[in-house]
Design a protein around this ligand. Structure first.
Ligand code: NAP
Length: 558
């Protein structure tokens, strides 16, 4: 260590939902810790994504932190699906309540993190030259924090204004009357389009693959309703804890084929009118695993699109043909389909006319040149591992994480990586977070990591890493979970698909998320603790690895 190195016992990278709770827990245990955040403020997703229409798809009152009774008592949600400004305000409220900002350093981009095998310490370089070090490196870098642009020529040639939705101007941007082109029809674009269609002069939507979407059915929450919700918080979070996705929507436990087609339609009609993910998550469980069941539901949803979009040809183009409903995370919409009934909104099908390039004036397809004042890139993210890849992370013996994960993602519990001692991921790849109501998964991860660090400190451990056999078993368990889900066939960020990122093309599944559901994940990680942190090797003692052959193996095989 040079004199210039700033040392902390723990460094947390990222001041989003995970980083905020993580620093709180580290400070509570009296640890010297700091958060490094690349952005200018805290909030992660809710700091960055300020595009029109950005809001929760989780019920607001299930999204908040549960660790503080005071926060639950003091914060009022104003809408069932709260918009971005309120969500950021909420996270700032939590951070200020516990005086956390003084432990956060903004505009600090971590360039590299190298593990020192002799000292069991991580050495970081921040913003090109600043040197820092820590015993424990905790990654709260976000799942969707690296936006990707299309690999198109001419992006810089455009003379008008253009933004990726992730980098929407913080001061806001007035689209009134403007000629707008938007690329993408993912969850983000679907929110933007529903919000701006009636404000812009014209809107051209460039769609490559159609995406299933369902109504959000948002509403205001009155003071009285909030009081009623508050009185049920305990019950609400109990439900979230027992559902696979950590939402308040519980699957319909009747068998899909045990009830008549009429009964199924009755359920779907009800769920389609209800708020949120009910039509996806309160549906029959077979829709996620059984092709025939999924096809029947998909056809029913397709008819709803046909009901809502007046132009028949446009409706057919908006119906996905390459995947079934719910095998990707379902975008929730407000007026998305109705937007296409407006004379100023036009769908451009990129299967009929491929995008060729960006020009000075707009977008050029094989068929036409489109002139715009503004281009919006709603083109998604280098999901889950993208933020790790952007840091030069080197573990024991100089192993490069980016290389290790190039062909196969391997982790232990989604929290540890073999060969990368003392690096911990409360919401990493293959952890319980990504496929859930995000903060519910984060609280589980952060609590587990915090308890683990208390244990490690109390026992004087200075080095921990997962054993190879435990890592392999966990990774195989994660991979096996995909094999039963139709999701494995989807070209989505859950399977590592993003045509803008070289090497993550369709057909090469990357096992990025844990699909076993929250209750199973919790039971496994708790069992690991009960077995004396089975699967982890402390201070190079291989006995820890041997302990991996325990209850966990049995549960993972179930
Ligand atoms: P996304 O789902 O990956 O969608 C990206 C879109 O851009 C896709 O339609 C994609 O088309 C298109 N695209 C990408 N590159 C293109 C190119 N070169 N040419 C033409 N089209 C291109 O990303 P997202 O919409 O930002 O959503 C990501 C995730 O964020 C969601 O799944 C969700 O979990 C989360 N999210 C949540 C909320 C919320 O309600 N809280 C809102 C927004 C997002 P292809 O499908 O053909 O690749």
């Amino acid at each position: 260590m040079t004199e210039m190195t700033e040392h902390h016992e723990a460094i947390v990278i990222g001041a989003g939902v995970a980083g905020i709770y993580q620093i709180k827990r580290l400070l509570d245990m009296g640890m010297d810790a700091t958060v490094l955040e690349a952005a200018g403020g805290l909030g992660g997703t809710w700091y960055n994504n300020r595009y029109p229409g950005a809001r929760f798809d989780s019920e607001s009152y299930t999204y908040g932190f549960t660790f503080s009774k005071e926060v639950l008592a003091e914060w009022d949600w104003k809408e069932r699906y709260s918009p971005q400004p309120d969500n950021l305000e909420y996270l700032e409220f939590v951070a200020d309540k516990f005086d956390l900002r003084q432990h956060m350093q903004f505009n600090c981009r971590v360039d590299s993190a190298h593990f020192d095998d002799e000292e069991n310490i991580w050495h970081l370089v921040v913003n090109g030259s600043r040197r820092m070090s820590c015993r424990w490196l905790i990654m709260g870098v976000g799942l969707l924090s690296i936006p990707t642009m299309p690999r198109l020529d001419g992006v810089d040639d455009f003379k008008g204004d253009s933004f990726h939705t992730f980098s929407w101007p913080h001061e806001g941007y007035d689209l009134t009357g403007k000629k707008v082109g938007i690329i993408g029809t993912g969850a983000t674009a679907i929110q933007v389009i529903g919000d701006i269609a009636d404000k812009v002069g014209s809107l051209h939507v460039f769609q490559r693959r159609a995406n299933w979407a369902a109504p959000l059915n948002n509403s205001k929450i009155s003071k009285e309703e909030m009081a009623e919700i508050r009185s049920r918080y305990h019950q609400i979070f109990e439900v979230c804890n027992r559902t696979p996705g950590g939402f308040e929507h519980e699957p319909d436990r009747r068998g899909f084929y045990e009830v008549s087609r009429e009964e199924r339609e009755k359920l779907w009609n009800k769920l389609y009118k209800e708020p949120g993910f009910g039509i996806w998550l309160a549906n029959f469980r077979e829709i996620f695993m059984d092709e025939k069941a999924n096809e029947e539901l998909s056809e029913w949803i397709a008819d709803r699109i046909r009901d809502r979009v007046k132009d028949k040809a446009t409706a057919e183009k908006l119906i996905p043909r390459d995947h079934g409903f719910g095998v990707q995370r379902v975008p929730l919409e407000t007026g998305y389909y109705e937007a296409y009934n407006r004379p100023n909104v036009h769908l451009v099908d990129l299967n009929e006319e491929k995008l060729v390039r960006v020009t000075e004036n707009g977008l050029q397809t094989e068929a036409a040149a489109y002139d715009f004042d503004v281009i919006i890139y709603a083109t998604g993210f280098d999901a889950i591992t993208g933020a790790y890849d952007r840091i030069d992370i080197r573990g024991a013996n100089g192993a490069v994480l980016r290389d290790k994960w190039e062909t196969r993602i391997t982790t232990y519990l989604g929290m540890f990586i073999e060969g990368f001692p003392n690096m911990i991921m409360p919401n990493g790849p293959q952890s319980g977070s990504a496929s859930t109501n995000y903060p519910r998964g984060i609280e589980i991860g952060v609590s587990w990591v915090s308890d683990f660090l208390e244990y490690a400190r109390a026992n004087g451990h200075t080095r921990v890493e997962p054993a190879g056999d435990a890592t392999e078993r966990w990774t195989q368990h994660v991979e096996k979970m995909y094999s039963v889900m139709l999701m494995r066939k989807a070209k989505s960020w859950f399977t590592g698909y993003n045509s803008n990122v070289k090497g993550h093309e369709a057909g090469t599944i990357r096992y990025l998320v844990y699909n076993g559901g929250t209750p199973k994940y919790v039971s496994i990680v708790n069992q690991v603790v009960a077995d004396g942190y089975a699967g982890l090797v402390f201070d190079g003692d291989p006995d820890g690895g041997a302990k991996a052959e325990t209850e966990f193996t049995r549960r993972a095989a179930e």
